[in-house]
Design a protein around this ligand. Sequence first.
Ligand code: NAD
Length: 479
Amino acid sequence: MAAQNLDAHLFIDGRWEEGNSGSQPNIDPGTGDAIGLVTLADAAQVQAALDAAQRAFPAWSALTGQARGAILKKASALLAECLEEVAVGLLLESGKTKADATGELRRTVETLAWNGEEASRISGKVHQGIVAGSTRLSVPTPLGVVVAITPWNFPAVLVGRKLGAALAAGCTVVLKASEFTPYSARAIVQTLVDAGLPDGVVNLIYGDPAAVSEQLLASPVVKAVSFTGSTQVGKRLAALAAPNLIRPIFELGGHAPVIVWSDADIEKVIQVTAPAKFGSAGQSCVAPTRYLAHHSIHDALVEALAAKAQTYKLGHGNEEGTTLGSVAHAGRVASFLQLVDDAVAKGAVIRTGGKQIDRRGFFVEPTVLSSVTSDAEILAEEPFGPVATVQSINSVDEAIQLANAGLYSFAAYVFTDSIAVRDKLVAGLHASNIGVNQTAPSLPDVALGGLGNSGYGYEGGTEGVLAYMHLRLVSQSAA
Ligand code: NAD
C-alpha cells in the first residue's frame, strides 16, 4: 500500500495552516504507532474560521443551486478518482478493513453527488392567497453559518453527509472533525477545494473538543449545529446551543435490537446481520447488538452466530485476507472488556470471544454472549464493539418490551415471515430506522434521524437539505 502523509492541518479561509495550540499524534489503532500529526486550533483560529464562514455566506448563498451543486458533483468525481489512495489513509487512522474503508468512501462519493443533484432541485411552494389575486409563497432560504461536529467511526461519510447537505442548501460551514481520524476530513475538504469551492465556505478545525465547541456555539453568527456522536456529548451541545437558539441536528447513539421470530430463516438472519454487527468492528450506531430470539430457535441462533463470529480473520486492514479490523483506540478496548466482564459476573455465558487479542494495536475478539441478565450494563450501554448478546423471548409483547428497554431509539431489526407478527412489532418498536428481514442502511436519498436519546432532526434526502434552511412565508398581492 502506498505510504502517504497523514498530517492534518487547519483549513481557514482557503488556506491550510498550523494550529497554534500544538499538535497530537494520529495513531494507527491497528499498530498503536503514530502515522501523522493533527494540529490544534487556538481560540483566535476558531474565531478566524467563524469570521471566514460569515464573510463567505452572502456570495455562496447567492449562487444558484445548480452552481453550488456543480462543485459538489465535481468533488464527488475527484474523490472517486483518488478513492483507493484516500482509502489507505482512512484504513490506517481508523483500523477498518480495506473493504470497510473503500465501502465508506464509495458511500461518500454517492452522498456528495446526490446532494449536488439535490441543490438544483430545492424548491418552495405556491399557496393560494387570502385575498383575490394574491399568493402565499413558501420560500426555502439558507440559514447561515453552520457548525458541523463529526465522530471517528465513519470519518468520511459523516463529513460528506454534513458538508453535502449544508453546502447544497447555501450555508457555509465550520467543521470540527474528530481528532482520532483527522486525515479523512482533510481529504474530503481537499476534494471540495480542488473542485473550486470559494475561500471561507468550508473551514476545518481540530482542537480541544469541549473548548472549541463552547466557543463555536457561543457565537451569534452560528445558526445551526449538526452533530453526530454520543448522546452524552449531544446533550452537552444542546445546552450550549440553547442560549442563542441555534438549530440542532443531532444523530446520537444507538443500541439496536434484533427480533428473531420462530419462523425466521436463521441462515438469512446471520447472513444479513453479521456484516452490520462485525463491520467496522461493531462501531456503528446501527450495529445489530441485542438479539431477542424466540425460545424455539434461541439455541440454534446462538450457535449459528457464534460459528459466524469465529470465521472472521482479525488483522490490520492492510494485511491480505483481514475481515475484522481493530477498534478505534485503547479506550474502546477497555470499555469492551468492562462490559463483557460485568455481564459474565452477573451470569452471562461467553459463547465465543470475550478477550483482547495479544498483538500490537487495539484488537478484541468477535464475541457472542448468551444468558445475559437484565441488570447487565451491556444491555443498557451502547457497546460499540464486535459483541452481540442473545436473549430468549416467548411472545411478541415480551420482544417489544425488551427491545424498547434502554436509552436509545435508533435502529431495530425484525426477522419473520408472518405479516401479523411483523406489523405488531413495527407498530410497537420505539425505533426510527427499522429493517424487516434486511439491514437498514443510511443512504443519501432518504431522511433518517434518531428519536429520543438517539437524536433529533434528519440527515439525508430532501429533508436533510431543508434542515439547513428556513421556509420563509411571503404573502403578496398582485401588483
Ligand atoms: P463523541 O461524542 O465522543 O465525539 C463526537 C465528536 O464530538 C468528536 O468530534 C469529538 O471530538 C467531539 N467531542 C467529544 N467530547 C466533546 C465535548 N465534551 N464537547 C464537545 N465536543 C466533544 O463520539 P465518538 O466516540 O467520536 O463516536 C461514537 C458515537 O457516535 C456513538 O455514540 C455512536 O452511536 C454515535 N454515532 C451516531 C450515528 C448516527 O447516525 N446516529 C452515526 C455514527 C456515530
